[in-house]
Design a protein. Structure first.
Length: 213
């Protein structure tokens, strides 16, 4: 039975999982959950995802939600495609460090910034410019640290690609859409992110998620 991905074709977290599915060459069926119709709040959906959020997967009857947990599971189970979590003890520790950096120092700022500059407009709302200024300043400081790290190594956890790098793609791309050029203003960060953005796995999902099986 083919793996099923339940999500919204344009959602950042759905794209995070779909990127890894492509990177691992895992065939999947995509079931679009229409957020505009509140399908994610329906009782049958919440029976699988009690928080009423996307995405979740159904892998031969095993269901799992939370995009980063799903990605770790996919890499652990499937040996196809790119290995994205190292097994060596010290390399694994550096990966977990990098994954924590992404969630604490990037996503926690980039997500609300993208909300203000991109997503609010989709709902006919105006951004809170004071909030945008605050978040932009905070993210600039964090990316200065990224620049220091990436001046010494190719990826966030070392010289091998990991999930921690790919996790940056959905919101990093939205920052570009919003005209926030903090990534491109830092040469080592720009080189890193542009390489990630050019990967076939991201190119396959950046506009919208579609199944491959």
């Amino acid at each position: 039975m083919v793996l099923k991905l339940y999500g919204f074709f344009g959602s950042t977290c759905t794209k995070r999982v779909a990127t890894v599915l492509h990177e691992k060459n895992i065939p999947f069926q995509f079931i679009n959950v229409d957020l505009s119709k509140a399908e994610h709040k329906a009782a049958d959906f919440k029976a699988k995802q009690p928080f009423g959020q996307v995405p979740y997967i159904d892998d031969e009857g095993f269901t799992l939600y939370e995009s980063r947990a799903i990605c770790r599971y996919l890499d652990a189970k499937y040996t196809t495609g790119t290995k994205l979590v190292p097994q060596d003890l010290k390399a694994r520790a550096l990966f977990e460090q990098a994954a924590s950096i992404e969630q604490s120092n990037f996503d926690s700022i980039a997500a609300p910034l993208a909300w203000e500059k991109v997503i609010k407009k989709r709902y006919g709302q105006e951004p809170d410019e004071a909030r945008v200024t605050e978040l932009t300043g905070r993210l600039a400081q964090k990316l200065d640290a990224y620049e220091q790290i990436l001046s010494k190594q190719k990826y966030l956890a070392g010289d091998e690609l990991t999930l921690a790098d790919l996790f940056h793609l959905p919101y990093g791309a939205l920052l570009g859409v919003a005209g926030i050029n903090l990534i491109q203003e830092r040469p080592h960060v720009a080189k890193w992110f542009n390489e990630l953005s050019s990967r076939p796995s991201w190119q396959a999902v950046k506009e919208k998620v579609e199944g491959t099986a």
